[in-house]
Ligand binder design. Structure first.
Ligand SMILES: *[C@@H]1O[C@H](CO)[C@@H](O)[C@H](O)[C@H]1NC(C)=O
Ligand SMILES: *[C@@H]1O[C@H](CO)[C@@H](O)[C@H](O)[C@H]1NC(C)=O
Length: 173
């Protein structure tokens, strides 16, 4: 999948990105990292990891998990109406459709469904930091099925670890 540039304006200018946050922010990748500050090169982010969509056993709710180097492609996202959207195939080799994230809730994974969702509570703080109701502190990486590490909001299960989610234009690896 071709990677498309995230608006440079949104990345570089907090003032402008605030104005832009009501509109759709288009075509970025999501990475997890231990640091809150952005970098020009996502490979320089502390403990950075690329993310990929994850639907173990064809479950209808698609999750976000960490993915190591060697992947084929990474999902790109748009943020609109407080929700993330991304193209993903329906289970069992179906067509690609626009998956929409659900309202993020405490202790739950970040989830996407192939259905219309009500307005969400996500935003990109300063144009790059994924936030829930304005708060970017609370993302966690938690143990999921098949040994995956999955993104959750304020996960409390054993082994959950604090992280930040950043929107970047280029994959870290
Ligand atoms: C992601 O990238 C593809 C290919 O460039 C594009 O068709 C699609 O609209 C982009 N956005 C989303 C939300 O997938
Ligand atoms: C996801 O939401 C968009 C905007 O509301 C909608 O057009 C699209 O059909 C939804 N996706 C699915 C698979 O229903």
């Amino acid at each position: 999948m071709k990677l498309v540039k995230l608006s440079l304006l949104a990345l570089l200018s907090p003032a402008l990105s605030h104005a832009a946050s009501s509109a759709a922010l288009k075509d970025f990748l999501l990475v997890t990292t231990d640091q809150k500050e952005s970098t020009t090169n996502s490979a320089d982010l502390k403990a950075v990891s690329a993310t990929s969509l994850f639907d173990p056993y064809y479950q209808p709710n698609v999750l976000l998990r960490l993915i190591d180097p060697g992947y084929g492609s990474l999902p790109n996202f748009t943020l609109t109406g407080g929700q993330l959207q991304t193209l993903n195939p329906l289970p069992h080799g179906g067509d690609y459709v626009l998956y929409n994230s659900t309202t993020v809730a405490e202790g739950k994974e970040l989830q996407f469904f192939a259905e219309v969702e009500p307005r969400g509570n996500l935003d990109l703080d300063q144009g790059y930091l994924l936030s829930v109701d304005g708060d970017s502190e609370g993302w966690t990486l938690c143990p999921g099925s098949l040994s995956a590490r999955v993104v959750a909001w304020k996960g409390t299960a054993e082994g959950c670890k604090k992280t930040y989610l950043q929107a970047v234009q280029k994959a870290p690896y």
